[in-house]
Design a protein around this ligand. Structure first.
Ligand SMILES: N[C@@H](CCC(=O)N[C@@H](CS)C(=O)NCC(=O)O)C(=O)O
Length: 199
């Protein structure tokens, strides 16, 4: 059996969504929590862009959370993470895209406000990212209300959970209440497949 190694910390929402997907699929893996700040040279050896997540399987390295998840789902065709019915699939893909957008903007906001020289931080740009995060979460919060409660967990649920928790950790008390997201997050946090990969 090939050893799978996931590179990246769960603080990276993209890494965390891969980790939770691996847990959910029941795939054995090891995680090396490389940081883009402290371990950039090691990360560049895996990914020329110097980004996480990366997943190594034997001699092969996969990069980008979508491409990694696509590989994992293809390797585990019995999975139930992508709905088969057209409407449910479209809903899943739309919510997944919204959640990934929220992740991207949380990361962009975090970089803008913590990695730039203080004198160069643009409040306008940071505010724009913050608004995008808030609007994305607002849309997800309303859309989750409409989702049937008996619906099976799919890829979008993992992404929404990770995106929401990422926003909580980046924006802390600046984040308004999103009651449906908060409820969903509390429920999933108790599941072993989520619990196993904490922030
Ligand atoms: N589209 C990529 C985004 C990955 C990404 O942005 N990773 C961040 C950490 S959360 C990163 O490595 N940033 C370092 C950089 O871009 O310099 C994915 O889905 O994996």
């Amino acid at each position: 059996m090939d050893t799978m190694i996931l590179y990246g910390r769960n603080f990276s929402p993209f890494t965390r969504r891969v980790a939770i997907t691996l847990n959910h699929l029941g795939v054995a893996y090891e995680q090396k929590p490389l940081s883009t700040l402290e371990d950039i040279e090691a990360i560049r050896l895996l990914n020329p862009l110097g980004r996480v997540p990366c997943l190594s399987v034997a001699e092969e390295v996969f990069i980008d959370s979508d491409a990694i998840i696509d590989y994992l789902l293809s390797r585990n065709p019995q999975h139930t993470l992508l709905p088969q019915a057209l409407n449910a699939r479209q809903r899943c893909m739309y919510d997944n895209a919204l959640a990934k957008g929220v992740m991207e903007k949380c990361v962009a906001y975090f970089y803008e406000t913590t990695r730039r020289e203080p004198a160069l931080v643009s409040e306008t740009v940071a505010k724009h990212y913050q608004n995008q995060v808030m609007q994305g979460l607002e849309a997800l919060d309303s859309r989750l209300l409409l989702k049937a409660s008996e619906q099976q967990l799919d890829l979008s649920d993992i992404s929404i959970f990770v995106a929401y928790q990422s926003a909580c950790s980046v924006f802390k008390d600046q984040l308004p209440t999103f009651s449906t997201l908060a409820r969903m997050s509390a429920v999933y946090e108790a599941w072993p497949t989520f619990h196993q990969s904490p922030l």
